[in-house]
Design a protein around this ligand. Structure first.
Ligand code: NAP
Length: 254
């Protein structure tokens, strides 16, 4: 029996990368996991299948989080699935992990369209998802926002992405105060360069450059982040709320 047995979780952007790693870890700890995706249906089904092979329980839910009207459908499906499987639509853990990766653009080159997309997916959607999640969330609930070390270390060509993650950290701070009387915690976990399975991480020269950034001289693995999220989601982290948790492998030490 894992520490999350009897709990339910929603992990956004769990079709691949860090989100998949988080979904697998929470399921291994006993949670029934809603594996959210936008376009990667087969990848999300693969996440759910991997969880099943590991003895866990999961199902998939779809929503393009840039489209505000799709959040309602995500929750309709998730609540139905939770109720069928547990007899209740209650939610215990929300991990706001989905993000628009976008493309580098120097401050003078950031377009309105690029900025809007970053803000829609990385900043507005986590609030809209949290609003609905909080209607279902039990005492002892957890909201974990996946931010980035880039909010603490300047990289001018990533200014738009970094701004969107800065907004997400404000969601953590202010929401944490608001829901504390319900016994719910809200925290930000900030990865550094983490191998999410994208082609960049098959390029040895690029990996060597990224590894140099970490105090441990390697890039992060999804498990490095998933293990931190699992702790924040556990009962052991009940006294931590409103925090920025540096999970960059010491990148911010400089
Ligand atoms: P990733 O591999 O690029 O996966 C992104 C996930 O977000 C996918 O599941 C994708 O779903 C989903 N997504 C993208 N646009 C969406 C939209 N409009 N609506 C709904 N879902 C959407 O990401 P990752 O690298 O694992 O990163 C995970 C989190 O860690 C993100 O918040 C990211 O900002 C943060 N982070 C990552 C790194 C890193 O080095 N990897 C570093 C710092 C922070 P579909 O594929 O189904 O469309």
């Amino acid at each position: 029996m894992g520490g999350l047995t009897g709990r339910t979780a929603l992990v956004t952007g769990a079709s691949r990368g860090i989100g998949r790693g988080i979904a697998r870890r929470l399921a291994r700890d006993g949670a029934l996991v809603a594996v959210h995706y936008a376009s990667g249906e087969s990848e999300a089904k693969e996440t759910a299948a991997l969880i099943g092979e590991e003895g866990g329980r999961a199902f998939t839910v779809r929503a393009d989080l840039a489209e505000t009207d799709q959040t309602a459908e995500l929750f309709r499906v998730m609540e139905r699935e939770f109720t069928e499987r547990t007899g209740s639509s209650a939610l215990d853990i929300l991990v706001n992990n989905a993000a628009y990766g976008g493309r580098p653009a120097l401050p003078e080159d950031v377009t309105v369209e690029l900025m809007d997309q970053y803000l829609a997916v990385n900043a507005r959607a986590p609030l809209l998802v949290a609003q609905r999640a909080l209607k279902l969330m039990r005492s002892g609930g957890r909201i974990v926002n996946i931010s980035s070390g880039i909010t603490r270390s300047a990289q001018p060509d990533m200014i738009a992405y970094a701004m969107s993650k800065g907004v997400l950290e404000q969601l953590t701070l202010h929401l944490a105060r608001h829901v504390a009387d319900r016994g719910i915690t809200v925290n930000s976990v900030a990865p550094g360069r983490t191998d999410n399975g994208s082609p960049l991480f098959s390029n040895p020269a690029a990996v060597a450059r990224m590894a140099e950034l970490s105090a441990f001289k390697r890039v992060g693995q999804v498990e490095d982040i998933a293990d931190v999220v699992a702790f924040v989601a556990s009962d052991d982290a009940r006294w931590i709320t409103g925090s920025f948790i540096d999970a960059t492998g010491g990148t911010l030490l400089g």
